[in-house]
Design a protein around this ligand. Structure first.
Ligand SMILES: C[C@H](O)[C@H](O)[C@H]1CNC2=NC(N)=NC(=O)C2=N1
Length: 98
């Protein structure tokens, strides 16, 4: 069973993922992105979607034209887990350094 991160683990994880912010009132992290156009945004989302299926771990996200907001949390654990960190690192690996 996936366990929520402890307070210390959460802080260390956030320190290691500078492009991600905590979400107010939730044990979750978010990253806001802007692409050149819808095609670029949707191409990125497709790559994330394939990885999410592989991991059986899925983002909460919204897309408006060239903007994508991604929120990661582990529903089964009721908060952030190592699965979110793994998916966040994969997402970061697709993007230029922040
Ligand atoms: C049954 C299935 O394995 C689970 O519901 C998976 C699917 N994707 C998931 N995604 C996320 N973000 N959190 C989960 O707890 C989760 N659980």
């Amino acid at each position: 069973m996936t366990m929520k991160l402890s307070d210390g683990e959460r802080q260390a994880a956030l320190d290691s993922l500078p492009a991600w912010q905590r979400v107010d009132g939730r044990d979750a992290i978010a990253r806001d992105l802007r692409f050149a156009d819808f095609n670029a945004a949707f191409g990125f989302m497709s790559r994330v979607a394939l990885q999410a299926e592989k991991m059986d771990h899925h983002p909460e996200w919204t897309n408006v034209y060239n903007r994508v907001r991604i929120v990661l949390t582990t529903h089964d654990a009721g908060g952030l887990s190592t699965r979110d960190l793994e998916l966040a690192r994969f997402i970061d690996s697709l993007l230029p350094p922040a």
